[in-house]
Design a protein around this ligand. Structure first.
Ligand code: NCD
Length: 340
């Protein structure tokens, strides 16, 4: 997939579609920006953040979700609101039959409302790239998850969360455990970890849940949990994505839990400072025990919270750039046509 689509001719971020090929300097810039947005992301709560920043005042962001979402959609909405953007949430029933034209029609219709940014989640891999290719100049696309392909803001918030606890990626062994086959998070995490120079990236999963060719992305594959977790500094668990499973990938979820579930006993055998992460939603008692999900090692709720700051950073970086481009180009007129 064309990952240069997301960068402008000046090398700056225009859309965020994937972490694949995202230059290291840009990735680090997003994390650094997110660090600065963290107090405002806290929204004037007990930690005393600033309630709203005026950064995106007058901008319109549409959350266009063709798939279910709790934390991603909500944190995108909060991020936009904390930057003073107007936000519209559209939950669209997915149509797998007439994808191409339906998507284009939806895009055209919404563009006519002078939207500045679309945050898109879709069941089809490549949907966000499709939107980016057809979007009018100055309209930004953020990928909030496309099929099994990519979920770049999740990977960025994962990197942000790891960096806050273990800043030197060159010393890190990161084990990604579970249903990597259906996981856009796993792919986006692997690309980001590699770009940040992680010492070792592992995919730990039963054979049927290992994506073909994952080694070529720089991951070592383990088909058993214990060796896969041995020496890991960070364990990223993945949800068993039953909704994406066609046919029988596994004998049963209880067998998966027996062989690959992170239990308290298994966690106790790991290094004392091992970090446990999960993009959510969790399947309690399948890939993770409830006690572990909210235990001492777990960063799961921190990941959710960090999602706001990271999404604020991405939105501000892109829309500020788009604004600059627009003022350089004159005004927003004439952007109603869709490039074919
Ligand atoms: C992930 C997703 O949708 O890809 N969730 C999320 O965005 N927090 C992972 C999942 O659904 O299992």
């Amino acid at each position: 997939m064309n990952d240069t689509l997301q960068l402008g001719a000046d090398g700056r971020l225009r859309h965020l579609l994937t972490t694949e090929g995202l230059p290291r300097a840009l990735l680090v810039e997003i994390l650094d920006h997110a660090e600065r947005y963290a107090p405002a992301a806290a929204g004037g709560g007990p930690r005393g953040g600033v309630k709203k920043l005026p950064t995106l005042h007058g901008k319109t962001v549409v959350n266009l979700f063709f798939e279910a979402s709790t934390r991603t959609r909500t944190t995108f909405e909060l991020a936009a609101k904390r930057l003073s953007a107007d936000v519209i949430n559209l939950q669209v029933g997915a149509s797998s039959t007439s994808k191409g034209e339906t998507l284009l029609d939806t895009l055209k219709t919404l563009e006519a409302m002078q939207v500045d940014m679309f945050v898109i989640r879709h069941e089809a891999s490549g949907a966000a790239h499709f939107f980016a290719r057809h979007a009018a100049p100055g309209v930004a696309i953020l990928n909030a998850g496309d099929g099994r392909h990519a979920h770049p803001t999740q990977a960025l918030l994962d990197m942000f969360t790891i960096r806050r606890h273990k800043p030197d990626f060159s010393k890190l062994c990161v084990a990604i455990v579970g249903d990597a086959l259906h996981s856009r998070v796993a792919r986006s995490d692997i690309h980001a970890l590699r770009t940040l120079g992680a010492a070792e990236i592992r995919v730990v999963a039963p054979r049927p849940l290992v994506p073909a060719g994952i080694e070529t992305l720089g991951a070592r594959v383990f088909n058993a949990l214990e060796p896969g977790l041995d020496g890991a500094d960070v364990v990223i668990l993945l949800r068993l994505q039953k909704e994406r499973m066609v046919g029988a990938f596994l004998p049963s979820t209880s067998e998966f839990h027996r062989d690959f579930g992170l239990t308290r006993e298994r966690l106790a055998r790991l290094k004392p400072d091992t970090l446990v992460m999960h993009p959510g939603p969790i399947n309690r008692g399948v890939e993770i025990e409830g006690d572990v999900a909210y235990g001492d090692h777990s960063l799961i709720l921190e990941q959710v919270e960090n999602g706001i700051a990271v999404r604020m950073a991405v939105m501000a970086m892109i829309l500020a750039d788009a604004g600059d481009r627009e003022s350089a180009m004159g005004n927003r007129e004439g952007r109603g046509g869709v490039a074919q």
